[in-house]
Design a protein around this ligand. Structure first.
Ligand SMILES: *Cc1c(COP(=O)(O)O)cnc(C)c1O
Length: 242
């Protein structure tokens, strides 16, 4: 077994355990493998071990990797149903690359960005699946809409023709211990519940609460996460000097 295959299995086992502890079915939580800084070969190893959804933070790197993985798969005559999620900050000048290359964009925090993504999504592709990024702690992850503004933004995004609003995502700062982590994740869960309960138009597919990473996925699942984003737990420690 490769290291990646082994670590992927361990991560899936953590998710299953956390779901059991939270009294939730194991299928309630999807795993997004965060492959930023890792080569296309690492993605290939994960997909050969059964993983199909991948997240990238740096848009240019992501676009190049999507093409590289496609080429590797073609060489091996593999036709996986891959899903690519943009989970990094999106400047206006990068929206076209996201709209043309990714399946999901999880970091929408301004209407202007959403409007550009909708306008730039190519006709021949399925609508772009999006999450609103919410900043639940006002912390060092400055990106994200404030919780009080999330509903208004969500309802506006949900009306855009080439986007499907799928949910919200959050990246809370590190908190000391399980209880403190749960408390932060519960703030995001409350925003998710409020948007869902609003009954606005375009919320038919609003089903995704993207939160939890390698260090805090158990707390996120306890608080209701439906998608955990795990990088180092699958691929190992990142080397930014590369
Ligand atoms: C890097 C990153 C992750 C994964 O972090 P790990 O701690 O390596 O699991 C998840 N979400 C976002 C937005 C990230 O930037």
């Amino acid at each position: 077994m490769t290291t990646i295959e082994n670590q992927l299995q361990q991560t899936n086992a953590r998710i299953t355990d956390a779901c059991a502890k939270a009294g939730r079915p194991a299928q309630a939580v999807q795993l997004l493998a965060v492959s930023k800084t890792f080569a296309a070969e690492a993605v290939l190893a994960a997909l050969q071990a059964g993983q199909q959804a991948f997240g990238e933070n740096y848009i240019q790197e992501g676009v190049e990797k999507i093409a590289a993985v496609r080429a590797l798969c073609a060489d091996l005559a593999l036709t996986p149903a891959l899903q690519w999620h943009c989970i990094g900050p999106m400047q206006s000048n990068k929206t076209r690359l996201v709209a043309e290359n990714f399946d999901w964009a999880q970091t929408v925090d301004r209407l202007k960005i959403a409007e550009r993504l909708s306008a730039q999504r190519p006709e021949e592709l399925a609508p772009l699946q999006v999450c609103i990024q919410v900043n639940v702690d006002g912390g060092s992850t400055k990106a994200g809409v404030a919780p009080q503004q999330a509903l208004e933004l969500a309802l506006a995004v949900a009306r855009l023709p080439r986007l499907v609003l799928r949910g919200i995502m959050s990246i809370p700062d590190d908190a000391p211990g399980f209880e403190a982590q749960c408390a932060l994740h519960q703030r995001a869960a409350a925003v998710f519940d409020a948007i869902k309960a609003s009954g606005g138009t375009g919320l038919e597919n609003f089903d995704t609460l993207s939160m939890g990473m390698t260090g805090d996925l158990e707390a996120a699942i306890m608080a209701g996460s439906t998608m955990v984003r795990v990088g180092s737990g699958i691929f190992g420690k990142r080397d930014y000097a590369r």
